[in-house]
Every structure is written in structure tokens, then in C-alpha cells.
Design a protein. Structure first.
Length: 219
């Protein structure tokens, strides 16, 4: 004999389960990965500057909850470099000069410092660590008074200085090695950098980790 109220009890239990699942989903969303920084390449800076839309793109970047914008200023005019950095500041972003491919340009450490003159920080990446010594890095640290952002590929962990990086990111750009890269980033206390082409789609797997996006692809 069917007991009265059983079906209703099941409905209540189901509703409770659904409600709990929804609450957990909201909690997970609240604890989602935190945007940290994104890069603007040299052609992107030229594009936005030529259309007088640097303020607009910086507002879009800040609107996506990023805090840092890495700027590739190679062959970018002095005025355009200043304009890009100022637009970032106006939107509450930290403008970091990304010194791209210094080895191909034969840049000395003093020249790296000069290249970063309009930013509020400098970023040296995997190209720097592959081609410059630890002594070079420590010289940069002595000469450059602002924050240094370091970026490496996963196999370069042994090249890192023991001190001097104000922030480190690991380039988790390969889908097959993504989980291993996350473990390395956790071990190093690093931000996870995602490739907009290959690994940005795995953002939901980051938990509460902070992440960068290479490159900025718009909102």
C-alpha cells in the first residue's frame, strides 16, 4: 500500500538536491579563476592607437576583470608608448612593458631598463631566461627599481632566480601537458598563462588560480 506523502517527500528531496546543486554551482562560480593579466602585441597597439581607441580597449580589458596589461612596445613610437601606458592607468590597469625577443636585438640589460621606461613594471619572458644568465637577471634587478614580472615555459623552472621576480607566470600553452603545467604553477606559486588558441578553453579547470591570457582577444 502506498503511504501518503511519499511522492511529495521525494519531490521535496529532489528539490532540495537541485537547490543544493545550484548553490554549489554558484559557490564554484564565486570561487572561479581570477583574471590577472593579458598581452597586447605590437600590431594590436598600432591598431588601437591608429583608431584612437586605446582607452576603449583598456576599458574592455578592465571590464573583463584583468588588472595588468603587458605591452609589446618594439618599434612603437615614443608618443604611442606613452599613450598606451597612460590609457592603461586611466582605466585602473598596471602597464607592464613586455620586453620581447631581447636576444635577437642584442639588448644589454641597460637597454632593457630603457625599453621599460614608460611602464610601471617590466616583464622578462622565456626568451630572456633562455639567452641571458642569472647574473644578467640580478643586474636587471639592481638597475630596475620597479616590479619585475617573470614568465617561463614549463621546462625552464630550473632557470629561475631564487629571488627578484615580483610575479611569476608559467606558460601553460600546450593542451596535452596542461594538467602537469598546472601542478608546476602550483608548486612555484605562479600565475597560469593560457593560450587563447590552445588552452583558454580549459579555464573552468583552474579552480581559484589566477590566470593570464595570451593574447587579448576582446570581450
Amino acid at each position: 500500500m502506498k503511504r501518503p506523502g511519499l511522492a511529495g517527500g521525494r519531490s521535496l528531496a529532489t528539490a532540495t538536491t537541485v537547490g543544493l546543486a545550484a548553490a554549489l554551482a554558484l559557490s564554484a562560480a564565486a570561487a572561479a579563476a581570477a583574471p590577472n593579466g593579458t598581452w597586447l602585441s605590437q600590431p594590436q597597439i598600432w591598431y588601437y592607437a591608429s583608431r584612437q581607441s586605446l582607452d576603449s580597449v583598456m576599458a574592455d580589458i578592465r571590464g573583463s576583470d584583468f588588472k595588468v596589461v603587458f605591452l609589446d612596445v618594439r618599434k612603437v613610437s615614443e608618443a604611442m608608448q606613452q599613450e598606451a601606458a597612460q590609457a592603461a592607468r586611466r582605466q585602473g590597469l598596471l602597464p607592464v612593458v613586455w620586453v620581447q625577443s631581447p636576444q635577437y636585438r642584442g639588448l644589454r640589460i641597460e637597454q632593457l631598463v630603457h625599453e621599460a621606461r614608460h611602464g610601471d613594471a617590466i616583464q622578462v619572458d622565456d626568451h630572456f631566461f633562455a639567452n641571458y644568465s642569472l647574473e644578467d637577471f640580478y643586474r636587471l634587478r639592481r638597475l630596475y627599481p620597479k616590479p619585475i614580472f617573470c614568465s617561463i615555459q614549463p621546462f625552464q623552472a630550473s632557470l629561475l632566480p631564487t629571488a627578484g621576480c615580483n610575479q611569476l607566470d608559467v606558460q601553460c600553452y600546450s593542451a596535452p601537458q596542461f594538467q602537469q603545467c598546472l601542478k608546476l604553477a602550483d608548486r612555484l606559486g605562479a600565475v597560469v598563462s593560457l593560450s587563447s588558441e590552445n588552452t583558454l578553453r580549459y579555464r573552468s579547470q583552474l579552480g581559484e588560480r589566477s590566470f593570464n591570457t595570451f593574447l587579448w582577444q576582446g570581450p
